[in-house]
Design a protein around this ligand. Structure first.
Ligand code: ADP
Length: 501
């Protein structure tokens, strides 16, 4: 091996450095003969120094020329510095293969002339494998994330979001670029925004997991309730790397919860009205019984007998009221359980209505209302007598109760293939926004202070008419009265055995 004396000193210095350096050092002269071959290279390529020194470097490492690297070696001889990363190599004779990073520079003489070239070579095989594995893991994660039914997001150690899966992007209908950093927060409902940011930031500061519910705008513009669960994530070396979060659409659950809360509210309100309604006649009954006991002591006088008679009348009225309330409650539970059975018989509607009006005439008189009957004769059908009677009692009682003592008109007519009952009053009427709900269970359109009632009568009436295959509706002008119209088919549409509501 012949070393050019002008770079001799430089080579000696490089040789020393190379002994301790983790990278391999390859020195060459202007004829591409190897003049420096460090121990690291011997190990890297499986070629000892004595087999390499003095030889043509492209003959020793043929892959360099095959990979086009001879250009870099030449460039260094022209004084250039160059870096090449990720060069694949294979040496079939020694069985070595892998990836290299190379750094080229000229070797300068004391006079500053290029006396040769130096390639510092690093074995990057393990590093490259790790990088590939990382990329593979990363792409596998993305594939999994994108196919996940839940919406996923990730943030970095600075709290800003740097990943959203495909499911998220499809949900919001926005691009990654739009959602990045804090862009995603634009889709959060303005009422939930502050809570959302506060929860995230508070958890973030303490590196704690969190759970929050908020409304997020879907691609179609509808806000959906989202349950977002976030957890801190850490790098393999234990460093805090940000958060990862998963979101599920819980709108249906939220709605069900709200419905349930409404139902519970309605039930509680009903129970309080029901107990009040039941207590009133009981209090009155108690009073009458006390009066009876007191009057018993003075029995013998005609005045006492008259008083007893009055108290008994009153008690009977209260008992009838209680029975009616309990009957309504029973009917509702029957209807809820689908156990309303009808017993069909031939009913002449005019006669039925006349009887009811007769029975309630006392009540109408007390209220100051007259009841005008307009009955077409012989409107007969196959119906449940007691149930139809219940409907008429209900409609007429309401007309008297809400009729402000003004005249009431009841008519019975034949219409097409059916019968029609109309009960019209000129009382308080029904507010427009209440008309749609007064047939619902427990629905009342008046305040409990002014009018009693459980809000069940019309519900039961509607169910009875429905079970007969008919329909019931109301027309009303607030302040000008209401007309309730029930229509019944002459032959019930539902066969007897299935006549259940
Ligand atoms: P209630 O026992 O409370 O009267 P209903 O089911 O019979 O229950 O009636 C439901 C609601 O409909 C009543 O609370 C009342 O607000 C309204 N309503 C019923 N009939 C009339 C009517 N003839 N005029 C005005 N409002 C009525």
């Amino acid at each position: 091996m012949r070393r050019q004396p002008e770079i001799w000193r430089a080579l000696v210095a490089l040789e020393r450095l190379a002994e301790r350096h983790p990278d391999g050092f390859l020195g060459y002269d202007h004829e591409f003969r190897i003049v420096l071959w460090s121990p690291v290279l011997a190990k890297m390529f499986g070629i000892d120094a004595e087999d390499a020194l003095g030889r043509d470097l492209f003959a020793v490492l043929p892959f360099l020329r095959e990979g086009g690297e001879d250009k870099s070696f030449r460039a260094a001889l022209r004084g250039a510095h160059k870096e090449v990363r990720g060069l694949a190599f294979a040496l079939p004779e020694t069985g070595r293969a892998g990836t290299l990073h190379l750094y080229y520079s000229p070797i300068l003489s004391d006079e500053g002339e290029v006396g040769g070239g130096l390639a510092v070579i690093r074995d990057a095989t393990a590093e490259e494998k790790a990088r590939e594995q990382f990329l593979e893991t990363e792409s596998r994660f993305r594939r999994m994330a994108d196919n996940s039914p839940v919406l996923l997001w990730m943030s970095g150690p600075n709290g800003l979001c740097n990943f959203f899966n495909q499911t998220w992007l499809e949900f919001t209908g926005r691009t990654l670029a739009e959602e990045y950093d804090v862009g995603w927060a634009e889709g959060v409902h303005h009422e939930d925004f502050q809570y959302c940011i506060d929860t995230y930031m508070a958890a973030f500061k303490r590196r704690e997991s969190f759970e929050m519910e908020y409304r997020l705008r879907r691609a179609d513009g509808e806000y959906r309730w989202i349950l977002d669960r976030g957890a801190p994530r850490y790098s393999p070396s234990g460093e805090f790397a940000g958060y990862i979060g998963s979101c599920t659409d819980i709108t249906e659950r939220k709605l069900a919860e709200r419905e349930l809360a409404k139902a519970v509210n309605l039930r509680d309100e009903f129970l309080s009205i029901a107990s009040h309604e039941l207590k009133t006649p009981i209090t009155s009954l108690k009073l009458q019984v006390q009066l009876l006991r007191h009057t018993l002591g003075t029995i013998g006088s005609t005045e006492a007998v008259a008083r007893i008679g009055k108290a008994v009348d009153m008690s009977e009225r209260q008992i009838a009221k209680l029975t009616e309330l309990v009957q309504d409650l029973l009917d509702v539970s029957r209807l809820s359980a689908g156990r309303l059975t009808l017993t069909y018989q031939t009913v002449e509607l005019g006669t039925l209505v006349r009887d009811v009006v007769e029975r309630l005439s006392g009540l109408a008189r007390v209220a100051g209302s007259t009841v005008d009957l307009r009955i077409q004769e012989n409107v007969a059908g196959n119906w449940d007598h007691l149930r139809i009677e219940q409907v008429v009692v209900n409609l007429l009682t309401n007309a008297i109760k809400y009729g402000l003592g003004k005249p009431i008109v009841i008519s019975v007519t034949k219409r097409g293939g059916g019968a029609r009952i109309s009960v019209r009053d000129q009382g308080i009427g029904i507010a427009k926004d209440q008309v749609g709900r007064i047939f619902d269970r427990f629905a009342r359109a008046v305040s409990a202070e002014h009018f009693g009632g459980l809000g069940l009568g019309l519900y039961i009436a509607r169910e009875i008419i429905k079970a007969h295959g008919g329909r019931i509706c109301v027309e009303s002008e607030p302040g000008a009265g209401a007309e309730f119209i029930a229509e019944l088919p002459l032959v019930p549409a539902t066969p007897l055995a299935e006549a259940r509501s």
